[in-house]
Write a protein that binds this ligand. Structure first.
Ligand code: BEZ
Length: 391
């Protein structure tokens, strides 16, 4: 009897010791090192800043910890320069020993990051760059995307333009993966819908000398133009298109980056433009309203699609870390949690496809004043085909 009475105390003492030990292990858990590789200069600088803002906002909302771990950041300005990308990402992985890389905006830079992540097994979350290869032939258990594939908004818009009855379209974009693949997605659904691409025009990235090509568009007289430009290039293109008077004669359609985060600078030149994207202004859902309010409060700026993608990259990191109790080395556990997650994004709830690319709605939006207003859903739960992805 005496022995029985004493047993619970012994057990209690043992449990207390274990709890104390695990608390001190937790307290000693080093900060999780996040390598933020984003553009902070050049035509995509504002996009990089918005992604970081969104990421930090989510972290702040979680009390500065994800999966019980504090974060520390090592930042690199990748300058949207693919030539510097391998060196930049290898410095983060090999010199700074980061636990996860978060980046980037430019598809060419992201492909170098994905190669390094795949080779080294480092966790990677891509908060923008749409390079089809990242969730195609380069896909891997440790690579995730919180944004879109370049194919997705292009494909959604091809269906819209075909349904409008346009038959002959000219495309114009930057000559690199994002432009080529955005046009590729557009072409796939537009030609399926009976349309024809009469000319594919390109300028080298990040050139913004559009005059000669706008003159060519005027002489080709297509029914419509489809374009991919983003950031500073999108501002210049929309203004030049209007200044050439083409907005009065040839309707311009684009992947939503054409008018996202750019409307202040584009002014009246953007009025009425139709674009497709996985985010829009005034979605007016409780989730989005709360996000927008918090973002404006924190940064005195309106959020855009890049801020949402940064916010969701942090959410995704949090989901993986929560499931693995902060152990990012548990790659199988991290991946399993994300593969079955429903991510409650300001854009609406999304899941990840087998290739780790968001399966999400694409909105048809129209510029009204300073907003990309929702006109409807161009493509519901659109999944990237993940061509070439073997996991
Ligand atoms: C890209 O390079 O993938 C990209 C850049 C800006 C906006 C969207 C896509």
């Amino acid at each position: 009897m005496k022995f029985q009475k004493r047993l619970p105390w012994t057990a209690l003492a043992a449990a207390a010791t274990v709890a104390l030990m695990s608390a001190s292990v937790q307290a000693q858990a080093p900060k999780l090192k996040v390598g933020l590789m984003l553009p902070y200069t050049g035509t995509y600088a504002a996009l990089g800043v918005a992604i970081e803002n969104g990421f930090r906002l989510y972290l702040e909302e979680q009390g500065g910890k994800l999966g019980g771990r504090e974060l520390e950041f090592v930042k690199v300005d990748d300058e949207s320069d693919p030539a510097k990308a391998t060196d930049n990402v290898n410095k983060l992985i090999k010199r700074d020993n980061v636990d996860v890389i978060v980046g980037t905006v430019h598809s060419g830079v992201a492909m170098a990051m994905a190669k390094a992540a795949k080779d080294s097994g480092t966790m990677m979350i891509d908060p923008n760059a749409g390079a089809d290869a990242v969730t195609g032939p380069m896909c891997a258990k440790n690579i995730f995307r919180s944004s879109f594939s370049n194919w997705q908004p292009g494909y959604a818009m091809g269906e819209v333009v075909a349904k409008k009855g346009h038959k002959k379209v000219v495309t114009i974009t930057w000559k690199y993966a994002a432009g080529d693949e955005s046009v590729g997605g557009f072409k796939e659904s537009f030609t399926k819908g009976g349309g024809q691409i009469v000319k594919e025009l390109t300028v080298p990235f990040p050139n913004v000398e559009f005059q000669a090509l706008l003159t060519e568009i005027a002489s080709l007289k297509p029914d419509a133009v489809y374009t991919f430009f983003a950031g500073g290039g999108a501002v210049k293109f929309v203004k030049d298109y209007a200044a050439a008077g083409l907005n009065k004669t040839i309707p311009l359609y684009g992947a939503g980056f054409l008018t996202d985060g750019t409307l202040e600078a584009q002014g009246a030149a953007a009025e009425g433009l139709l674009t497709t994207l996985h985010y829009a202004d005034a979605l007016n859902t409780p989730r989005d309203n709360a996000f927008r309010l918090a973002y404006v409060k924190a940064y005195k700026l309106q959020p855009d699609v890049y801020a949402v993608q940064g916010y969701d990259a942090a959410q995704m990191l949090g989901i993986g870390l929560k499931a693995t109790k902060g152990d990012i080395g548990n790659k199988a556990g991290f991946a399993a949690a994300l593969e079955k997650a429903k991510i409650e994004s300001p854009r609406g709830t999304f899941t990840l496809g087998k290739n780790h690319n968001p399966v999400q709605d694409f909105y048809l939006r129209q510029v009204v004043g300073k907003e990309n207003k929702v006109v409807g859903i161009a493509s519901k739960a659109l999944a990237d085909p993940g061509r070439g992805c073997r996991m």
